[in-house]
Write a protein that binds this ligand. Sequence first.
Ligand SMILES: *Cc1c(COP(=O)(O)O)cnc(C)c1O
Length: 361
Amino acid sequence: MSDAIRPQPGILDIALYQGGKTQIAGVANAVKLSSNENPFGPPDRAKEAYLRAVHSLHRYPSTDHAELREAIAEVHGLDPDRVICGVGSDEILQLIAQAYAGPRDEVIFTEHGFLMYRICALAAGATPVQVAERERVTDVDAILRACNTRTRIVFVANPNNPTGTMIAPAEVARLAAGLPRQAILVLDGAYAEYVEGFDAGLALIEDRTNVVMTRTFSKIYGLGGLRIGWGYGPQAIIDVLNRVRQPFNLSTAQIDTAIAAVRDQDWVAKCRAENSRMRAWLAGALAEMGVPSDVSAANFILARFASADEAEACDAFLQSQGLIVRRVAGYNLPHCLRITVGDEASCRRVAHAVAQFKGAR
Ligand SMILES: *Cc1c(COP(=O)(O)O)cnc(C)c1O
């Protein structure tokens, strides 16, 4: 290939996203606790809606997602005109970066922030800026200190992945208020539904012009395989994102399944309660074995080991027991393992295996 043919600056700096491992060689029924999936899957009504979509495969889908936006707006008390739907919340993150950041602009995220933020920044030609956290918690002052006239976007997940920690609404508000005029605060609410009574920043969005929220059907709704997400923000920003969004980004199956899922808030409440119960149990069991974790607000636990070597050895032992968890060295946490809160049987299996591992050392 001619070396005159080159991608845009930044693209070759993107490291390919590594998803959670899905299989262990030679193990048939491995338990997958590596991608923060809902062990109970989606509600039945969502599965039924997906099956019905087979009858309209020859039709183009809706371009404006009006029905889905209305369902989301109704459930959350929002203005449907300010909801945008995407192929996972990843697409919304990407649209924001594409529309608002470019060469010489800076995009801020935190030390243990979601890997997609760096990818979106680089793909847009912007400069990723990584800011320190304080003991695995988003540090608003550090972010504000990192801001300058080139800052265009600040990505913060609340609760954060892979730490599971959260910052209080007052801290989020202080961050939004302290940003330079040209910067947008993107609140990634992928795990918001796991926090009882949490508005994920909606009140702040109503108050201000510089805050956007992203949400997903991949986590508590159990639809990671279908790829549906949404965003909410000021009308001016949503209008911009809709200009760059592909008109047919979501299929009819995605749209109809998401409508059925979002309307089943009993399912969401049930999954949230079960997650809280098993998360507390698992964190307690691990702590008793000398494996501490920060209080998690999400559907996973970030288990801390004495060293990177111990975390790696534990991961290898868990795999030998048919258990897949997530190594997070790529998130600057080489001494940790992120363990999704599975159903009760999976939680018991993983706790038992970690106990065996610790006992054998
Ligand atoms: C899982 C996750 C998402 C969801 O991504 P989708 O594209 O909606 O599947 C977004 N942000 C964070 C921090 C996540 O952990």
